[in-house]
Every structure is written in C-alpha cells, then in structure tokens.
Design a binder for this molecule. Structure first.
Ligand code: ADP
Length: 139
C-alpha cells in the first residue's frame, strides 16, 4: 500500500471542485487517511517547493498557494502515487487531456487544481511535512 499527499490548490477550492475530485479518488478505490483545512505559510511553501524556488514563476506560485485556506489530504491505495498523477494530468493544464482533473478544470501551468506527490519517497516526506503523526490514520 502506498501513500501520497494531495493539496487542493486555491483554484480548486474557489471553483468548488473539491467534491468532484474526491469523487474521482473514491471511484478509483483510494482511501482518505487524513484531511484538514489549513493556510500555507511562505516558509512551508518554500520548503515544499524547494525544487522550483529559484524559478522566475516562484513568487506567483507562493502568493497563489498562500492566497486562501486549502484542503490537504493523505490518500492510500495500490500504486496511488502514479495513479493519482494519471488522474491529474500534466503540470500545464492547457496540455492536459479532457477527462483528467487538470484538463477538465485547470487554468494554466501554475493554477492547476492539485498538488500530488511524484514518488513514493516524496509521498512519505510530504505527508510528514503537512501532517502530525496522530493526524494520519490507519483505516
Ligand atoms: P507538478 O505539480 O505537476 O508535480 P512541479 O513539481 O514541476 O509540477 O512544479 C510544482 C508547481 O510549480 C506546479 O504544480 C505549478 O503550480 C508550478 N509550476 C511548475 N512549472 C511551472 C512553470 N513552468 N510555470 C509556472 N508555474 C510552474
């Protein structure tokens, strides 16, 4: 069983697509193991996005991600990391196929609905970044 971290980005929250996205996760057979609404502070975002923090788009990304409270969620399931990335589509929403979450609802390369961990190892690291151990549940 793998685990992954999902962040429902501000565009997903504002457009009220949370229920639609959770429905897709549940239809895929994934289990919610933790969930909370939280505002992401600049220091936490800089740590989470360290791999892009020196890119020109980073200031827009940080201000977008901190612009409102967002839902963060832990999901568990077989091959959940890759299967969620497949449901999500590529980073650039305009290149994402219809039927993927970004293809259906995303706006551009920054405003793109969800964060989802890109490897099993990063899933572990990112879940520990956003959740205390007692906020994640064996179901
Ligand atoms: P992903 O979220 O698809 O795993 P990355 O880890 O490469 O993508 O980037 C993290 C986030 O940074 C993206 O989801 C997106 O919000 C933003 N981003 C990445 N690349 C770009 C870019 N070229 N222009 C604008 N924003 C970007």
């Amino acid at each position: 069983m793998q685990r992954t971290l999902i962040i429902f980005k501000p565009d997903c929250m504002d457009q009220r697509h949370v229920g639609n996205v959770i429905d897709r996760f549940e239809q895929a057979g994934f289990t919610i193991i933790g969930c909370k609404l939280t505002r992401l502070a600049p220091a936490l975002l800089r740590e989470h996005y360290a791999h892009v923090a020196d890119r020109p788009f980073y200031p827009r990304l940080e201000s977008f991600m901190g612009s409102r409270p967002v839902l963060v969620m832990g999901l568990e399931g077989d091959d959940v990391v890759q299967r969620v990335r497949d449901l999500l589509g590529p980073t650039d929403s305009k290149k994402a196929a219809k039927g993927t979450i970004r293809g259906d609802f995303g706006t551009d390369t920054t405003v793109n609905m969800l964060h989802a961990s890109d490897s099993e190892a990063n899933g572990r690291i990112e879940l520990a970044r956003f959740f205390k151990p007692d906020e994640l549940f064996p179901v």
